[in-house]
Design a protein around this ligand. Structure first.
Ligand SMILES: Cc1cc2nc3c(=O)[nH]c(=O)nc-3n(C[C@H](O)[C@H](O)[C@H](O)COP(=O)(O)OP(=O)(O)OC[C@H]3O[C@@H](n4cnc5c(N)ncnc54)[C@H](O)[C@@H]3O)c2cc1C
Ligand code: SF4
Ligand code: SF4
Length: 357
């Protein structure tokens, strides 16, 4: 049986904000693009985030996803397949021949896209890898007790609780909550020296949401530094320092206490102390994409020293967008995707000119 055939100037792998933003950018330049998402639904990590507005919008960036999905659905130059995976890729003349295979669970995603139904061979002039980054698995930092000590959650688990309305006066109502920052980031013992850039922001926003839901709760933020987010953040940070307790210390361990998890930490020049909490949240960072090596092998993409994908030093016609290229916020990923789309559009234009020219 032969594969279905498809030609597209640009193939985008990944239907998170970066892949969608790249597709929209290309379409607005008049360049057609095919986007494939390996999961049954579009949206990537952003689809897991709930709104963090309290008195006003917290600028978490999560509603950019809805905007991009709506824009992508309107633009006829964009074709989207969900539940689709690139399983083989061969360089050819001016680009790539890529074999796509349908994945299980193909259900139509919100607003745009349809599942890939059959094996398809696609010819393309440029490939954008927008496959996102991996979130650190907190079990890898055993001394913080995730999976062992009751009451210890990762930030993504807290996000799910907030999305489901499980936290608040009618649900789980912790009186004392601790956030531990830089879990899986800036950590020489793990060989992960980079700052993940997003976790100070998301932890402080979630802390503020908890204080709004449970005004009598106390939220403590164990940190080394607070990542700078520019002028708007500078205005908000002094207010947050009134709403939450900032402790400049990296906890040594989290253990099971009588009433909940206990955090051991030492302030500068002081003896270590133990403090009990009802809930401890591990602010996990971003790392290189899972499967970066497989993608590297498929398309020959290069990796930087930390293992993130990079277009530098890789084959012509392969570009990288969003968190696959390094830790980035949603807004930063969208901007980065615009750069990748622009580079892909230039390549398509120059190949077209050379053919006709
Ligand atoms: C715990 C946590 C909290 C965060 N909180 C915030 C926040 O509050 N605000 C903020 O701005 N940013 C936040 N971020 C960062 C944000 O998640 C990223 O900036 C954003 O998701 C990057 O978008 P992306 O499209 O590059 O990647 P992703 O959102 O990860 O999307 C990548 C997509 O590619 C798909 N994919 C993967 N491999 C393949 C493949 N081989 N073929 C096809 N598709 C593939 C994936 O299924 C996914 O849909 C947070 C990150 C984490 C880990
Ligand atoms: S940016 Fe975030 S906080 Fe603001 S409205 Fe959108 S989802 Fe809510
Ligand atoms: S953003 Fe904040 S919590 Fe995350 S790695 Fe950087 S300093 Fe640590």
């Amino acid at each position: 049986m032969t594969n279905a055939q498809l030609d597209t100037p640009v193939l985008i792998l990944g239907g998170g904000v970066a892949g969608l933003a790249a597709a929209v950018d290309l379409a607005r330049r008049g360049v057609a693009a095919t986007l494939i998402e390996r999961e049954p639904r579009l949206g990537g990590r952003a689809s897991q985030f709930c709104c963090k507005a309290t008195e006003a919008c917290a600028r978490c960036g999560a509603c950019r996803l809805g905007e991009l999905l709506a824009q992508a659905a309107q633009l006829p130059q964009i074709t989207i397949y969900t539940a689709a995976l690139a399983v083989a890729a061969q360089p050819q003349n001016d680009g790539w021949q890529v074999d796509l295979a349908p994945q299980p669970g193909g259900e139509i995603g919100p607003g745009a896209g349809r599942p890939l139904r059959e094996r398809t061979t696609l010819n393309t002039q440029a490939v954008i890898l927008a496959v996102g980054g991996g979130a650190f698995n907190p079990a890898g930092k055993t001394r913080f007790g995730h999976g062992r000590v009751q009451g210890v959650f990762s930030a993504l688990e807290l996000e799910a609780m907030l999305s489901q309305g499980a936290l608040g006066p009618d649900g789980l109502a912790p009186a004392k909550v601790a956030f531990i920052q830089c879990v899986g980031s800036r950590d020489a013992s793990l060989g992960r020296l980079w700052c993940s850039r997003v976790c100070c922001g998301y932890a402080l926003r979630m802390g503020r949401v908890i204080r709004k839901l449970l005004p009598d709760s106390e939220v403590t933020f164990f940190h080394m530094d607070v990542q700078d987010y520019g002028r708007a953040w500078e205005d908000e940070l002094p207010l947050m320092r009134h709403q939450m307790r900032f402790v400049r210390a990296m906890p040594g361990e989290v253990t099971a206490g009588d009433g909940g998890p206990q955090v051991t930490y030492a302030l500068a020049g002081e003896q270590a102390q133990k403090e009990g909490f009802d809930l401890v949240v591990l602010s996990v960072g971003l790392g290189p994409p899972n499967g970066a090596s497989a993608l590297g092998e498929l398309f020959g993409a290069a990796k930087d020293d930390d293992g993130f994908l990079t277009a530098d030093g890789g084959p012509a016609g392969v570009f990288v967008a969003g968190a696959a290229a390094g830790p980035r916020s949603l807004n930063e990923s969208i901007v980065h995707a615009g750069l990748a789309a622009s580079a892909a559009a230039v390549r398509v234009a120059s190949l077209t000119e050379a053919r006709h020219g």
